[in-house]
Each structure stands twice: as C-alpha cells, then as structure tokens.
Design a protein around this ligand. Structure first.
Ligand code: GDP
Length: 314
C-alpha cells in the first residue's frame, strides 16, 4: 500500500501548503494536474485521452471557488469526478434500442477473446429473464470452435442458437439450425436468421461475429457486410477492460469499421481499473451500455458511470 493511494489523498498532499482561500489559481492547479495525470495513467487511461482530459479539468478548475465546505483538493476532485461521469455517462438513459417492429437485431463486434460469445449468452439470458424471446446466431465462422462454443453458451442460458451446420441441435426448446447444406457465408447465416426469427417469433436476434487478435480489414469488411445485410438496431462493440493503452486504437478501428452504437466493457471483474472505459468513451463519444463482470451467465450489469468514475479515481 502506498501512503497516498487515492487521488483525493494525493491531491490533499499536493495542496497541503495552500493556505489562501478564494479562487483556485493556475499555480494551485499545476501541481494537482500532475497527480490527476498519474492517477489516470495508473488506471490505464490512454495517454492522449489523459492529456485532453486534464486540460479540460484545468479549464474548469481555473477560477473555481474554494469554500469552507470544500477545500481545494476536494474541489478539484469534484471537478474531475463530474467530468469523468459526464464522459462515461453520455447517453446512458437507454439500456437497449429495441425495434418498433420485432425482431430487434443486436450485432456483437470486437477482437477475438474480447468476450463476445460469453456476452451473447449473458444478453440472451438477461433478455429471456425480462420476458423476451431471444435467438443467438453463430455468424463467427472463422474459428472452428466458435459455433460449438456459442451452442454451449446457448444451452447453458436456455436460449436457442441458429447455427449454419446441418442438423446441429440446440437447447432452449427448438431445433433452429439452418436446414440444408452447411454454408460458410456469415452474411447468409445472419440474413437467414432474421427470416427464421420472423417466422418463429423470436423478438430479439443476437448475432455473434468473428474477431481476430488484431484489427483485420477482411473481418471488418465481413462485419460491415453483415451489418448492411441485416441493419441491426444495436451494434455492440465488446472490449476487454484489461486492454489498457490499446483501447483507443481498437475502439477507433471498430468505430470507423462498423460505426457501433454502444460499448460493452468486459472482464471488469479483473484487476483493470477501468481506464479503457474512459479511453473508449472519450475517443468515440459512444455510450457504454453494459459491463461484463465474470464468466457466469449472471455476471452482467447495466453500466453505471458513477461507479466507474470512482473506480478510475480510487
Ligand atoms: P470472443 O472471442 O470475443 O467470443 O470471447 P469469449 O466470449 O470466447 O471470451 C474469451 C475468454 O474470456 C473466455 O475464456 C471467457 O470465459 C472469458 N470471459 C468473457 N467475459 C468475461 C468476463 O466478463 N470476465 C472474465 N473473468 N472472463 C470473461
């Protein structure tokens, strides 16, 4: 344990020689900006994002009143906290954008290992629990195991899975595999799954797509082709909270590649301090809708900007 662990402690220390009351001055703020920068970098916020964030905080802090109620350190922490919550909370007044005419189509995109398939199960389970009739769709035909993995996830969640192979059985009550020959075309799988959802009255379709270890033009085009074919109501970009400094590059690539509508932060049960959340939110301006917090079906929640802000500042 360090002596000054939290940002509040660090700032209090930075301010310990400050006696005057009144407004915060440039000189006061300079010392604290360094502490804020360190705290954010410790939380793995990307460097560029730290820079723009601290300059906004400086602007807001300059001339801010220092009162008896809030000492200078508390005052700056409040500004930092407000600013964080604002960026992280952009648009979090909707958990999901449901279609007026079902099915609602939700497409998942992200790097391999980000947690898409796991999320498909969680989202399906969550929706089913809320009275929906979800269908999971295996449109990741890149990895040999991906279809099977989604089927396992679907079985666990009790949610049917639409998969391209002939005769593949899924749990959740229905046999929903594509009839006929196996197809290797994920766009066709996605398109067919929507037809099936309309026929069988599944009200939500969750499409799992392929992801590579790095950003990949071919797969990005494939994701875009799927998107254009089915026109999803939501395109959720799933990102591993542990990704750290790479968050910006990855988020930008997917934002340009598929123009996602919302973010899901996965693996928040790990050690990550959540800097990726701030990086992604500030670089893309897209809302973070959900947090994934473990390997279990219920390790999933609607995203809370205020909790994330304190986690980053802790
Ligand atoms: P995909 O390649 O994007 O489909 O990623 P997967 O869903 O296969 O997840 C990759 C690995 O991360 C698997 O071992 C999952 O069990 C694990 N995983 C996914 N989400 C979480 C999470 O929120 N917390 C933890 N601890 N592990 C997760």
């Amino acid at each position: 344990m360090m002596a000054f662990n939290s940002l509040t402690d660090r700032l209090s220390n930075a301010f310990k020689n400050l006696r005057s009351k009144g407004k915060l001055t440039d000189a006061d703020i300079d010392g604290t900006i360094r502490e804020i920068r360190r705290a954010l970098l410790d939380a793995d916020v990307a460097l560029d994002v730290v820079r723009s964030f601290t300059s906004r905080v400086r602007e807001r802090a300059l001339g801010a009143e220092v009162s008896d109620a809030l000492n200078p350190a508390q005052q700056v922490v409040k500004i930092v906290n407000d600013e964080l919550t604002e960026i992280l909370g952009a648009g979090v007044d909707r958990p999901l954008n449901f279609a007026k005419n079902p099915p609602t189509i939700i497409m998942l995109a992200g790097l391999q290992g980000a947690g898409k398939t796991t999320l498909a199960g969680k989202l399906g389970y969550w929706l089913k629990d809320a009275g929906h009739t979800p269908l999971l769709v295996a449109a990741d035909l890149q990895r040999p195991n991906a279809v099977t993995q989604l089927q396992v996830v679907g079985e666990r969640a009790g949610v049917p899975v639409y998969a391209p192979e002939k005769g593949v059985q899924s749990d959740g009550g229905d046999e929903v595999s594509a009839p006929g020959e196996t197809t290797g075309d994920p766009v066709k799988v996605a398109r067919d799954s929507i037809k099936l959802a309309k026929d069988k009255l599944y009200d939500t379709v969750i499409i799992d797509t392929a992801g590579r270890l790095g950003v990949d033009d071919v797969l990005m085009k494939q994701a875009r082709d799927i998107r254009d074919a089915v026109q999803p109501n939501e395109i959720l970009f799933v990102i591993d909270a542990m990704i750290g400094q790479d968050a910006v590059k990855t988020a930008k690539a997917f934002d340009e590649g598929v123009d996602f509508t919302g973010v899901v932060l996965s693996k928040l049960d790990g050690d990550a301090r959540g800097g990726a959340a701030l990086s992604v939110a500030s670089v893309t301006g897209k809302p973070i809708l959900f947090a994934s917090t473990g390997e279990g079906l219920k390790d999933f929640e609607v995203f809370h900007p205020d909790r994330m802000a304190s986690r980053i500042l802790d």
